[in-house]
Ligand binder design. Structure first.
Ligand code: SF4
Ligand SMILES: [Zn+2]
Length: 111
């Protein structure tokens, strides 16, 4: 069972927010989108694979304290195929983040 990065209490793996301290654990209110958080004074990018291979184009790099696409550089890939697909999706998502956000904002304005 995972632990809350803020209060260290055990939390359900599908929990959107910590039931103890209310810290957000998932992004966009979706249980399938983990929200990674930096601890203390550190930045996530310092240990992120996408920072080290210079493929990240997020504007918050290299000072991200929260990120949905953080990937610890020391975490071994599970399989070559899933790593490639995750990496490609991550690159696509980073490349088109502002376009997706713009389209989402436009959709909200139209509703
Ligand atoms: S994916 Fe997130 S944590 Fe990784 S380098 Fe980019 S902004 Fe930093
Ligand atoms: Zn908590």
């Amino acid at each position: 069972m995972p632990y809350c990065p803020r209060c260290q209490q055990s939390v359900d793996s599908q929990a959107i927010a910590c039931p103890h301290c209310r810290s957000l654990l998932k992004a966009h209110g979706h249980p399938g989108i983990p929200l990674h958080r930096a601890l203390g004074q550190e930045f996530l990018c310092q240990s992120c694979r996408y920072h080290l291979d210079d493929s990240c184009t997020f504007p918050q790099r290299p000072y991200a304290k929260e990120c949905t696409l953080y990937r610890n550089q020391s975490t071994p890939p599970t399989t070559v195929q899933s790593e490639t697909m995750t990496s490609r999706f991550g690159q696509w998502l980073r490349r088109y983040t502002w376009l997706i956000l713009g389209m989402f904002a436009l959709l909200l304005l139209l509703l």
